[in-house]
Design a protein around this ligand. Structure first.
Ligand code: AMP
Ligand code: MG
Length: 418
């Protein structure tokens, strides 16, 4: 399990900026070193445990980039057309082929090996065949044109994939191009998840009049799944410090991270703080982020705990900025900073300086072709529809106090967040 010292998150000041929190997580959370070997396809989304060196050059052999005619560059005329007899027909996958003799062209197809002696390929669209079946080549083609030399993509022995890379389909493709069937990846991060609140009922359960269905736990588990975590669903714990403490005690030591939602504000019925303090160390974070703000981070027997707020939008936004970097750090993943894309604000907005705000917004293409962010009309942190009916978050930095329509703002698409 991930062992952390009790004071590893100690910090000064009442409110921590988002950047400081992310920096602190990266500096304090130790990577899990355990790895496992998985079939190639299952490596998608996992974190690579070891560098992968190219066992062969890519492409493995020099080949044609087009359908056309392979020639020797000495035979290309500088100023006039050149007519060459066509010998041979080299298809992709051709096993054996003759060297190309001087003064000849070979019919060749995309991906087929360039015959010895040839070094340039004319595209079939650029030539014609005369009445004798000879190929008529235009003058002036650059020697080496339309040829893909062996190793031009990746030379043999070069590192193709780095340890710590979170694998995507394109990385899986590269490993397959190397002929690999399996990859060594960091084992899944084990996360125990529970919600807190007397007002919560699980979907499928009977719901009392003043209860609502627990949506956060399913959102958070779905987000953790995208990060390829192994999840233990601990359900809903009631709002009392004793049962929270015993619930936490049970799982600490059996997981790499405990994730809770709700009960982290400073209200009398917010018991996560007291529960953690009774069995571990709680470093209360009031993060300078809206929606969000109350976010707890603590250590129970060496296992980190993150307590997210109960309001669904706050829970979503703080997951992205606290849980995601923690899971990545536990996995030993290379840092993946979120990079907002510049778009044009189609709204006015006022905010306080000193905290980061995230505005739920939809994207629209304006008449001049520019991308515009349309703000969701309402602001409540409890509005699930505000997450469902938008495309992402406009990020407003700490120093910003006002946005006017037409101003450039940074936009994080939901698809880029996990
Ligand atoms: P809390 O952070 O516990 O004070 O909760 C803040 C608000 O979020 C309250 O209105 C809760 O009912 C709501 N809430 C808390 N936990 C959840 C949850 N798991 N799913 C949906 N709403 C929740
Ligand atoms: Mg609560």
């Amino acid at each position: 399990m991930a062992q952390l010292s009790d004071d590893c998150f100690a910090f000064g000041g009442p409110m921590m900026s988002v950047d400081n929190a992310v920096g602190l997580i990266a500096a304090s959370v130790n990577a899990i070193m355990d790895s496992e070997t998985v079939p190639l396809l299952d490596s998608d989304g996992r974190v690579l445990a070891r560098d992968v060196t190219a066992p062969l050059p890519l492409p493995p052999f020099t080949n044609s980039a087009v359908d056309g005619y392979a020639v020797r560059s000495e035979d290309i005329a500088k100023t006039a057309e050149q007519i060459l007899p066509v010998v041979g027909r080299i298809q992709a996958g051709a096993a054996a082929y003759e060297p190309l003799q001087a003064g000849h062209a070979a019919r060749i197809f995309t991906g087929a090996p360039i015959p010895p002696g040839a070094d340039t390929v004319f595209m079939q669209e650029d030539v014609r065949i005369d009445s004798f079946g000879k190929v008529v080549l235009p003058p002036g083609l650059r020697p080496g044109a339309n040829v893909r030399p062996a190793g031009e993509d990746i030379p043999q022995g070069k590192i193709g994939l780095r340890a710590g890379q979170r694998l995507s389909p394109q990385h899986v493709a590269l490993a397959a191009a190397f002929g690999l069937t399996h990859l060594k990846v960091v084992r899944r991060i084990r996360v125990a998840v529970f919600s807190t609140g007397n007002e919560l009922a699980s979907p499928g359960e009977a719901r009392a009049g003043a209860q609502l269905y627990d949506s956060n736990r399913f959102m958070l588990m779905a987000m953790l799944r995208r990060l390829r975590c192994e999840i233990t669903d601990l359900g809903i714990l009631r709002d009392d410090a004793m049962s929270l403490a015993s619930g936490l005690k049970k799982v600490a030591g059996e997981c790499d991270l405990i994730l809770t939602t709700g009960g982290v504000s400073t209200g009398e019925e917010d018991h996560v703080k007291a529960a953690v303090e009774s069995i571990g160390t709680l470093v209360m974070w009031r993060m300078a982020i809206k929606p969000g703000r109350p976010v707890a981070m603590g250590i129970i027997g060496g296992t980190p705990l993150i307590g997210l707020p109960g309001n669904p939008v706050a829970s979503f936004v703080t997951f992205v900025h606290v849980v995601r970097p923690t899971v990545l750090a536990l996995s030993g993943a290379l840092p993946e900073p979120l990079i907002p894309m510049p778009v044009r604000a189609a709204f006015a907005y006022k905010k306080k300086a000193g905290r980061r705000e995230y505005v739920r917004a939809s994207l629209r293409k304006a008449n001049d072709g520019a991308l515009e962010a349309i703000k969701f009309p309402r602001e409540g942190a409890g509005l699930l529809s505000s997450l469902v009916d938008t495309d992402g978050l406009v990020e407003l930095g700490e120093s910003i106090t006002q946005i006017e329509p037409g101003q450039s703002v940074g936009f994080l698409h939901y698809a880029s967040l996990l």
